[in-house]
Design a protein around this ligand. Structure first.
Ligand SMILES: *Cc1c(COP(=O)(O)O)cnc(C)c1O
Length: 422
């Protein structure tokens, strides 16, 4: 299957998930040469090998610079590192994959208008809406459960205007997902609107995430002899991208699958049995996943099962009490503020580094702490500064359209606007 089909099809018609048949492979010598030239040069070459062809080398460079137009600082903390992935427009790491995917779609589409329909319980909607906002030829329709996303999250996708519409569904997130599914199954909608999805299993969101693993390696002041990444995981797209980076030749010694109380993958690593469960609510809400969608991909990458995966990945479970204690201690001792998801990664990394003290540890920080003031502020005992990106969208006018949780209502909302424009 070619990249274009996987990108616009989202999922193979026969079920399962797309993975590249073969990955580009770097020798350590090549990587060292690129590292000497700096992270920008390294990332451009990694992106080129991943996406050219079908894209031209120039197009890859253009997409890379437009998608990653924010910094990815590698910050020293105690005796390890934090890779801050949250300086994009929605202040979470999903910006990386969503922004790259939006530009891949714009570049690989046939130029005709495209409608991206996304059902969201909060974060995905804002990352996708922001990623496509202002891109010519694309329209975004966000379906969200009215009154059930945080006011801050709602602001992030309802104040963009332009090519982004926010439909407040009178119902639950499940209703939103059902409506989106019905729309994708409707041949007339698909044809007339050129409907496409942008959800987290899309390969166009997964592949760009390998870039920041290479970036972290390039930014370390000395080439580490033993490198560990701690990845706060929910659907495991982030960790799967790390495994792909390692297969491309990045010299990584291991990964920490850091989870909250939703522990199906750490349990699988320990027992060899995969038992998806209903998700439980924790302080790291974006990781409250009981049946991780990328588990299938990890299983495909490790046909040897839990034992084989366990040679590269160690599972660590972090409870809510430890999340709070980690935020408090890191703030108290180092003056650094972690968000609840980054705290899971940091706490898990600490546990593993105790057994492997010689290793260089990098914890991925996936969200800005100001996105979770209700958790962070009482723990550190002071208010957080609101970052500019957030302040800007709080100041803009909010525009949402109410929608009954019925497919005919959605159909009319989608086609009505289409008819006006034709
Ligand atoms: C989505 C998300 C995660 C989990 O990432 P996966 O790729 O689904 O494992 C972690 N932290 C934050 C802040 C997120 O939004």
């Amino acid at each position: 299957m070619d990249l274009r089909t996987a990108l616009f099809g989202n999922q193979p018609p026969e079920g399962g998930l797309y993975l590249p048949r073969a990955l580009p492979r770097f020798t350590l010598g090549e990587l060292r040469e690129l590292r000497a030239a700096g992270s920008d040069a390294l990332l451009e070459e990694v992106a080129r090998r991943l996406f050219a062809p079908p894209l031209s080398g120039d197009a890859v460079g253009r997409i890379l610079r437009a998608a990653l137009d924010f910094p990815l600082p590698l910050v020293p903390l105690a005796d390890a590192w934090v890779l801050e992935l949250f300086h994009g427009p929605t202040l979470a790491f999903k910006d990386v994959g969503a922004r790259f995917m939006a530009r891949l779609m714009a570049e690989l589409g046939d130029g005709g208008p495209l409608t991206v329909l996304v059902a969201t319980s909060g974060d995905t909607g804002s990352a996708v809406a922001q990623a496509f906002a202002g891109l010519p030829g694309a329209r975004v329709v966000v379906l969200f459960p009215d009154g059930r996303v945080s006011p801050l999250q709602e602001r992030q996708f309802s104040t963009l205007g332009g090519n982004v519409r926010a439909l407040a569904v009178r119902g639950s997130f499940d209703d939103c997902q059902r409506l989106a599914k019905q729309a994708f199954a409707d041949p007339e909608l698909r044809r007339r609107l050129r409907l496409t999805s942008a959800n987290s299993i899309n390969i166009g969101r997964l592949l760009p995430q390998v870039l920041y693993y290479f970036h972290a390696w390039a930014e370390l002041p000395r080439e580490p002899s033993e490198l560990l990444f701690s990845v706060p995981s929910g659907n495991f797209g982030n960790l799967t991208a790390g495994l792909l980076a390692a297969r491309m030749g990045l010299p990584v010694s291991g990964f920490v699958a850091a989870t909250n109380a939703n522990r199906v993958v750490p349990d699988y690593l320990e027992t060899g049995r995969y038992q998806p469960a209903a998700s439980v609510r924790t302080l790291a809400t974006a990781m409250d996943v009981g049946e991780p969608s990328n588990f299938e991909r990890m299983r495909a990458l490790y046909p040897g099962g839990a034992e084989a995966l366990g040679a590269d990945v160690q599972g660590v479970v972090v409870g809510d009490d430890v999340i709070r204690e980690t935020i408090r201690a890191v703030h108290g001792e180092h003056g650094y503020v972690l968000d609840p998801h980054g705290a899971v990664a940091w706490a898990a990394l600490g546990r593993v580094l105790r057994e492997r003290p010689a290793a260089t540890g990098v914890a991925l920080a996936t969200a800005h702490p100001a996105k979770f003031p209700e958790v962070v502020e009482p723990v550190i005992g002071r208010p957080l500064e609101v970052p500019e990106a957030l302040a800007a969208c709080l100041a803009r006018e909010r525009r949402v359209e109410p929608l009954g949780a019925r497919f005919d209502a959605l159909r009319e909302a989608l086609l009505g606007e289409d008819a006006e424009e034709v």
